[in-house]
Design a protein. Structure first.
Length: 625
């Protein structure tokens, strides 16, 4: 249920040259922005470091010497330097963030396009939630690499070195005293940073669990309410939620004690400087201005140390994310275009020669998990569908009917045997060309959010409105679509949840018709609709199939009887083949099924006209003979 698994958060090396080199490909186009950011960073630093010195000059050379001349100029300069610092800081942060966001955007587009090329078997193996994490959270943690990563590392280190040098130059002994606090500060920072990041990781993991639970609960609310699982689920959710609160509180404890301790060390440093430096002023070894400058510089010294302590963890998280992102980018799709495509068949001649599309299955074996023994779903299936022929496939639930269809459009490849289209193995055909020739109506009518018209024109966005309406009219969808308040512009919710089953079916038909494929594959839905809609659907089907080679996974008696040939699939094997009459006359599995399911003691023609009976699924039993 949880979208983040423990292994999503395993951390390793903070620097991996191989990953950094691959990231460089995405960073290189941003080199001008990075150079700009570096230049701005140096400006910020110079302006920051000039300020305490200006104060020192102001105190020592003017205030203490009662010298009023130049005061105005110095104060104005101080203000100016400060203004420069602010402007440069703003531009620096912006350009750095922008670099990061540009890199992230490019990488995210790349991932998206890569996901589109992956095959169904890949998506069977990888849960949606984890893939979402790659494209969102993992890429997000790269943003940290830019905002608090490399450039700030460089900036902070430079600043530290500069401050140490300046303090040393101002007064070496006072500098040494001040530096005694640095190791303590650094160690405490490293300790707390580690804890804080760990706590945040925990919080993120628990938020992912909350999201996962919530998603399942909301989408299954009907089931929850029906089976009165509310109380139980509330308790489960409460446990997850409580865990999240505790994790959140742990992070707050670390965060607040960390900032308190940093404050404490800062005050300690000031006290040390006042105590030791004050003594040296009394003996005349130190000027008052230098003391003030010291306090100012130390204040600017602790920030970078605090930030540097987090650098390691940021790098570590970014590398772990990069590792996962690149390993996803490295997955090669199992279904790919052939290296050298078969010569294209000449399409213009097709119209003259009548329907094309000879489908051949040649001893096809298939398993969804070929590595595991005993998982084979199809055991050597062979058949042909001649151009223009309508072939129906019947068989029990789980017999492998939908699987046959998935193989034909190459969502998966057979483990053995070959599938040919007009004599050419489909492995040799470019995927786009193959899928352009084959239209498909799926078992669960897949609609997308958008308009009704958009759903019909799904395969060809340039389709004119007349063609969309023409397709809808032919399959009898026009009537109910026009009755929608917005007609063809009526919005369809995700997965078509605001439409009835019959409406979804007819819209899917219209979509297939508008696509106008040579070969049509129809995986009939098993859910029933009312008699009137049933008659509409049957007629729509006839129009859809007319003049096309078609393979229909049939659950309706009318479709079965209307087919030129029927294939009976049983546990992944074809056990009978023939027309409705031939198969009945054979008195085998099909005849038995037919008797059991559709028409005890009736003539086939008459029962074909009885749609209220036509929804029963076929369940072939063993041949009684
Ligand atoms: N993605 C998948 N991964 C693993 N096994 C699968 C997958 N899809 C289907 N199966 C298995 O393959 C077998 C055949 O499924 P298939 O969908 O082809 O059945 P079907 O004949 O279309 O059934 P129905 O009439 O219910 O639609 C079933 O045992 C099913 O559990
Ligand atoms: Mg099926």
């Amino acid at each position: 249920m949880s979208t983040a698994r423990p292994e999503d958060e395993v951390l390793g090396k903070a620097y991996d040259a191989r990953l950094a080199r691959r990231l460089y490909e995405y960073v290189a186009p941003q080199s001008r922005l990075i150079a700009l950011s570096l230049a701005l960073m140096l400006t910020v630093m110079a302006a920051q470091l000039a300020q305490p010195y200006l104060i020192k000059v102001l105190i020592d050379d003017h205030i203490l010497k009662h010298e009023a001349r130049g005061l105005t100029a110095l104060a104005t300069l101080y203000l100016l330097v400060f203004a420069v610092e602010m402007a440069a800081r703003y531009a620096q942060l912006y350009s750095m963030e922008r670099t990061g966001q540009n890199v992230i955007q490019a990488l995210r587009n790349r991932l998206f396009a890569h996901l589109q090329g992956l095959d169904s078997a890949f998506f069977d193996r990888h849960p949606v939630g984890r893939l979402m994490t790659r494209v969102t959270t993992d890429i997000e943690s790269l943003a940290d690499l830019f905002s608090s990563g490399v450039v700030s590392l460089l900036g902070d280190s430079l600043k530290l070195v500069a401050i140490v040098a300046i303090l040393w130059w101002l007064d070496a002994r006072l500098a040494l005293v001040t530096f005694t606090l640095v190791p303590a500060l650094f160690l405490l920072s490293v300790f707390y940073r580690g804890r804080i990041r760990g706590a945040y990781r925990d919080v993120r993991r628990r938020i992912a669990r909350i999201n996962g639970y919530l998603q399942e609960e909301i989408s299954g609310m009907l089931l929850v309410q029906l089976f009165r699982r509310e109380g139980e689920d509330r308790r489960e959710f409460d446990a997850i939620n409580r865990g999240h609160r505790d994790a959140e509180l742990r992070s707050v404890v670390y965060e607040s004690s960390f900032s308190a301790i940093i404050e404490l060390i800062g005050t300690l440093a000031t006290a040390l400087i006042l105590w030791y430096g004050g003594g040296r002023i009394v003996t005349g070894a130190l000027t008052f201005g230098t003391l003030v400058a010291f306090i100012e510089y130390t204040g600017r010294f602790f920030g970078p140390i605090r930030d540097l302590s987090s650098f390691y963890a940021v790098m570590q998280a970014a590398m772990a994310s990069l590792e996962r992102i690149f390993s996803l980018l490295d997955t090669r799709p199992a279904i790919q275009d052939p290296a050298a495509a078969a010569p294209p068949l000449s399409p213009p001649a097709a119209a003259e020669r009548g329907p094309r599309g000879l489908i051949e299955f040649d001893r096809v074996h298939f398993s969804y998990r070929p590595q595991e023994a005993g998982t084979e779903i199809l055991h050597g299936v062979s058949f042909r569908v001649r151009p223009g022929e309508k072939v129906a496939v019947v068989g029990a639930t789980g017999a492998g009917k939908t699987t046959l269809v998935k193989l034909l459009i190459r969502l998966y490849d057979p483990t053995e045997g070959a599938i040919r289209l007009d004599g050419v193995a489909i492995r040799e055909l470019p995927l786009r060309a193959l899928r352009r020739r084959i239209g498909m109506v799926l078992q669960d009518h897949f609609l997308i959010s958008g308009t009704v018209a958009g759903n019909i024109a799904f395969g060809d966005l340039s389709l004119p409105a007349e063609s969309i309406e023409e397709a809808a009219r032919l399959v009898h969808a026009d009537d109910f679509i026009r009755r929608f308040p917005a007609g063809y512009a009526e919005s369809v919710r995700e997965r078509g949840s605001n439409l009835s089953v019959g409406q979804k079916q007819l819209i899917s038909f219209a979509r297939a018709l508008a696509y106008d494929p040579e070969i049509l594959i129809l995986d009939e839905a098993t859910s029933s609709v009312d008699t009137e809609t049933e008659i509409l659907i049957q007629d729509a089907l006839q129009r859809l199939l007319r003049g096309r080679t078609s393979l229909v996974i049939a659950h309706r008696l009318s479709t079965i009887v209307g087919a030129d040939r029927i294939l009976v699939l049983h546990h992944g094997r074809l056990i009978e083949e023939g027309t409705h009459r031939e198969l009945l006359a054979r008195r085998g599995a099909y005849a038995r099924l037919y008797r059991l399911q559709f028409a005890p003691g009736e003539e086939p023609e008459r029962s074909a006209a009885a749609p209220e009976r036509s929804e029963a699924g076929f369940i072939p039993g063993p041949d009684p003979a």
